[in-house]
Design a protein. Structure first.
Lengths: 449, 407
């Protein structure tokens, strides 16, 4: 019977192809806009390391000015980064399974490539403890990261990104080669596989969707080479910050710290470790503000830092308003179409079709339209996403594609969105017109024939 | 023209569902239109604010020394004098940060040396520029003067180096610190209580943060070479020469000193565009979706009018046969449609206000102006008329003979 209804739906489409196409288009445009918006929203609101979401915690301590909070518009929050000395102290704790302290630097890569000397080129650099790689599940293409020892007495080893390895060595296994970072030689011990988590949750200070760095150096090189932060740094106290040593001892915040705490016990022990530390420091005149030490998991961290903006939420609302108009439009068209074809329905009723069967037949027709609309909507959605990528890429300065644009492709959630909306559209659009047609008195239409 | 409302209304009630559906579309469309246009307007105003900078004729060169025996000061002198020697270049300055880029430096400054900083309201965006800073940006000095070569101090050790000496400020900052308008010649103090003397006032400039701060135009300029070993040069060219000179600098600057890398040569416009990127993308998205929405709605109005005309062919023929003129038929359908649109418009006004109220409450957006609602109502009426125009004309062409044929 269902097959027969599909044939009827097709015949009905052929009777008024223009109207059919318009209905499919209305549904398609509505679903397309929703697919674009929701794919975008999903991309920016995602947690790129959801599987470890309850184990990774950002550490923040309130070492700020007694007279005012770090961010006056949100006075309950401590600064979003740590001082160098506090980060190093946290690194000493053996409570976390792993601890990453890190900041962003900037250096010039030179040395010898596959075919002679490389053109010196700037690279974004992360100065970090070796725990970074296992902690954030960073995949390696060749080699591996470094051990704790390499951080303390800094070994001249370096991990580079997939993209940099492409640029310098054409993607070959470059482990064991030497490159120069600001004219200091480093041996490559690891090459990352393609990896670019978005949003860049582990360091949001230089933009929520900044690409991952190209070079990773062991922690103590920062001090050895006096590498200053290329990211954000904030100071409140008047101190001598003319040298790296001065900065490292100051109250300026510019280091990110993350700890891996596998369970609740570790978490509460870590919290008391932090509280004890700041209490002890208070005796030396530091931490003049009320106690406000925080361990924030990734989900919460993304919320606190407002990765999803109000604009994004407005767009989701707009998309649904748009879909509503498209669907209302389709209801109107379906009503017109079904009522125009009412004599046919009257005939079928007279020949014995029940109200229920008539209703079902019309619902099948509506679902065909909604299905076609969903397929076309996905196509429009892909076009829309390509358009948005283009808008972003026009001002891109990074040599490799990244940022939000890298997420703007149809994915499994886009398909789910389209299918769900098609089902919703079928019911919203079809119920009333199909019901009305079923309710018509067959006799009044037969008379007219 | 005498429009008979009775038959129009009774005809309307014959197809209540269709009319209500169209009115609902009109209502939602109006609510979206009003709020979207308002949001776009705010963004366009933000993007089009005057910057005070000759943005279109400036490019930015990023350089970075990286060898152990690198001499930063010598590079500054050589690079700047070479860049200045290029014909068509108006001014060159090194800078600690790129204006309009979204990244920069700010600090507290105070009116007396021992004040406990005045809180955030004294925070100001500052730049380290040389004696050609004003020329390199195309700034308009309205009082006092810009720095001389002799006043420019050698670079400090870090970006936080303490500066003391002459400063130039924007008028907005001068007025904030000295509301009586007598800022010129006054001394203010830095966070280390070092004195700074205001020697000049610049008309207007948007600084490092075009969006996201509440003091974008309060700026201080210091006669200071920025700290190394990397820096940026701002180069302003005569109109039309920018791209040509950028290519020349890109090709030649790197070879002049191999102990440093030339990281990039970019237009200042790129930085500006990047700062406004989300604003601009949001505007484009809003415009596209609202445009599509209006198209869908007017199409819905058109479809209903067409349906009504086609189902009432006989009735129209009858009315024509008993004396109605063509224009009466056109008027009938236009008025019928206008009534439907108007119902939608009224509901839409309420929706628009509600949506605007919700946006302003939830998201701190300013409340929508009433002008926009009035404008939206007029637009929806016009769209409704335009969409119903063609079907109404078709109705008028129905021949009176049709009525007699099928009776």
């Amino acid at each position: 019977m269902i097959g027969y209804y599909f044939r009827l739906a097709f015949a009905s489409f052929r009777r008024t192809p223009g109207l059919g196409i318009l209905m499919v288009l209305a549904v398609a445009v509505g679903i397309g806009v929703c697919v674009v918006t929701l794919t975008y929203y999903h991309a920016i609101s995602g947690n790129p390391i959801w599987w470890k979401g309850d184990q990774l915690y950002s550490v923040t301590l309130d070492n700020w000015d007694p007279r005012e909070p770090a961010d006056p518009s949100r006075p309950t929050l401590p600064p979003d980064q740590l001082t160098y000395r506090d980060a190093e102290h946290i690194w000493q704790s053996d409570i976390p399974k792993r601890t990453t302290i890190m900041y962003r630097g900037y250096g010039i890569i030179s040395g010898d490539g596959l075919n002679g000397p490389l053109k010196p080129a700037p690279t974004t650099t992360r100065i970090t403890t070796g725990a970074f790689f296992p902690m954030f599940d960073v995949p390696f293409e060749y080699g591996k990261g470094w051990s704790n020892n390499a951080d303390v007495a800094p070994e001249p080893v370096v991990v580079i990104s997939h993209e940099l390895n492409q640029r310098l060595f054409g993607g070959t296994d470059s482990v064991g080669r030497t490159i120069r970072w600001n004219d200091t030689p480093f041996r490559i011990i690891g090459v990352l596989a393609e990896w670019d988590p978005q949003p860049k949750y582990y360091d949001l200070t230089t933009g929520n969707f900044n690409p991952a760095e190209d070079v990773y150096l062991p922690w103590k090189w920062g001090e050895t080479l006096s590498i200053q932060s290329d990211g954000s740094s904030n100071c409140w106290k008047i101190q001598d910050v003319q040298t790296f040593q001065g900065l490292a001892q100051s109250e300026c915040v510019w280091v990110q710290a993350w700890v891996e705490l596998p369970n609740f016990i570790a978490r509460s022990r870590m919290q008391s470790f932090l509280d004890n530390y700041t209490n002890a420091e208070r005796k030396h005149g530091r931490f003049p503000r009320p106690q406000n030490n925080r361990l924030t998991d990734v989900d919460q961290w993304l919320k606190v830092n407002k990765v999803v903006t109000n604009d994004n939420r407005v767009l989701v609302g707009l998309a649904f308003a748009f879909l509503a108009v498209c669907l209302i439009n389709t209801v109107g068209l379906l009503l017109a179409k079904f009522l125009n074809a009412a004599p046919l329905s009257g005939l079928r009723r007279a020949l014995g079709a029940s109200k229920k069967q008539l209703f079902l037949q019309h619902m099948v027709e509506v679902s065909t339209i909604a299905g076609a609309g969903a397929v076309l909507g996905l196509g429009l959605g892909a076009l829309g996403l390509a358009g948005i990528r283009e808008l972003y890429e026009r001002t891109a300065t990074s040599p490799h594609p990244s940022g939000v644009a890298s997420l703007l492709y149809l994915n499994i959630s886009s398909y789910l969105t389209a299918v769900t909306l098609a089902v919703v559209a079928t019911f919203i659009c079809g119920l009333y017109p199909a019901w009305r047609v079923g309710r018509l008195q067959p006799a009044s239409y037969l008379k007219n024939q | 023209m005498n429009v008979p409302f009775r038959p129009i209304i009774s005809a309307l009630f014959r197809n209540r569902a269709g009319a209500l559906l169209v009115a609902a579309q009109v209502a939602i469309a109006l609510a979206v239109l009003v709020n979207a246009v308002y949001m776009v307007k705010q963004r366009v105003d933000l993007i089009n604010r005057p910057t005070g900078i000759d943005v279109d004729n400036i490019f930015v060169v990023g350089v970075q020394g990286f060898t152990k025996d690198f001499d930063y000061r010598a590079m500054l002198d050589e690079d700047i004098s070479w860049l200045r020697s290029i014909p068509g270049v108006i001014g060159v300055t090194a800078t600690n940060s790129v204006p309009l880029s979204g990244g920069g430096s700010s600090d507290y400054f105070k009116l007396t040396p021992d004040a406990k900083t005045g809180g955030r309201d004294a925070l100001v965006n500052y730049f380290h520029f040389n004696e050609q800073g004003a020329d390199a940006l195309g700034l308009n000095v309205i009082a006092g003067r810009w720095f001389t070569r002799e006043e420019v101090q050698p670079p400090g050790g870090t970006l936080y180096a303490v500066y003391s000496g002459p400063i130039v400020v924007t008028k907005d900052y001068a007025d904030r610190m000295f509301p009586k308008g007598d800022a010129l010649g006054k001394v203010i103090y830095g966070s280390s209580s070092q004195p700074l003397t205001i020697i000049g006032i610049v008309d207007h400039m948007i600084g490092s943060w075009p969006v996201g701060v509440d003091y974008p135009t309060q700026i201080m300029y210091m006669a200071f070479e920025p700290a190394g070993p990397g820096t940026r040069y701002l180069v302003r060219t005569q109109p039309g020469l920018r791209d040509q000179l950028m290519r020349k600098v890109e090709a030649e600057l790197g070879q002049r000193n191999v102990k440093r890398a030339v990281n990039y040569v970019r237009t200042l416009k790129l930085y500006q565009d990047r700062s406004y990127l989300t604003q601009r993308n949001m505007s484009i998205y809003l415009i596209v979706v609202t445009g599509l929405l209006m198209a869908i709605t007017s199409f819905g109005i058109f479809a209903l009018a067409t349906f009504n005309v086609s189902t009432r062919t006989k009735q129209v023929g009858t009315r024509r046969a008993v004396g109605a003129r063509r224009r009466d038929v056109v008027a009938h359908f236009l008025v019928e449609n206008w009534l439907i649109t108007t119902v939608g418009v009224f509901v839409g006004c309420v929706l628009a206000l509600a949506a605007g109220h919700l946006l302003s409450l939830q998201y701190d957006l300013p409340r929508v102006d009433l002008y926009y609602i009035v404008g939206g109502v007029v637009v929806m009426w016009l769209v409704g008329l335009a969409a119903a125009w063609h079907p109404s004309r078709r109705a008028a062409r129905i021949s009176p003979a049709l009525a007699t044929r099928t009776v």
